[in-house]
Design a protein around this ligand. Sequence first.
Ligand code: RIB
Length: 308
Amino acid sequence: MRIINFGSLNLDYTYSVDHIVEPGETLDTGERKIFCGGKGLNQSIALARAGLEVHHAGMIGEDGEMLVDLCRKENIHTHYIWKVPGPSGHTIIQVDAHGQNSILLYGGANRKFTKNYIDEVLADFNEEDIVLLQNEINLPDYVIEAAARKKMRIILNPSPYNDQLKSCDLGKVNLFLINEIEGMQMTGEEDLSAVLDALTARYPKAGIVMTLGGDGCVYQDASRRFYQDSFRVPVKDTTGAGDTFTGYFIAGLVSGMDVRECLMVASRAAAIAVTRPGASSSIPTKQEVRDIDLEFERPKEKETKSES
Ligand code: RIB
């Protein structure tokens, strides 16, 4: 079983700010750092650090050598990362005094996927393999369609959620990893339980994993719902925490862990990531995730469905 991740690779220009800039405001920033990022790259690194064999399919521009170098260093297979004319994807990220961020995304090379390229990559994979994708590349609809034709398991992180996803046949997705906002955008519901139930009604064969920020996370499928509380940690930068969670959750599933254990391990990994600056640079190793001593944020009474 291999994972092929069709994902973005971005240069993250990250500025520390006192507060996120307001419309019409000019704001002085503190230091600027350039990190390797992109939801695709971050998730590949999290998967690799969690111990999986990962193949990354993506595009860099003429300025993107550091992105592919990092993948090599992380033992990610880079054969399917192509260099194309023009700039790589990049972001302008503000991180405020509380570690919260705001991101401007320029797609660049990430939007140069073609159907031929996708077919060429998938020709090397089969129904025992998993396709992972996010929504920072073009043609996600074709990736889903082509992977489904090959009967591959499809995992989607529909992030950022936008109209491009409306052309995708999401009924072919086996597992969704989303955050609360994306859940609301996908369903039009506001209440957490209603969001989950709407997604399960719409995609009854899929598992749904939803992260809830400081309130933990939840897994639901047609017969089960499990909650996991978050851990209390000092938050420095939340960028990439969701990607860390995604990588560790998938790695747990693939290695045969029970869903509840996957939620726990992924939450531990994300808790470490928010204490560190940057996206890919904040992703912990498997050993760090195993060894760290963490306390729950707040033990809460949670509603549960049957726990079969
Ligand atoms: O999820 C975090 C990532 O989102 C950043 O690395 C940035 O590149 C944006 O794509």
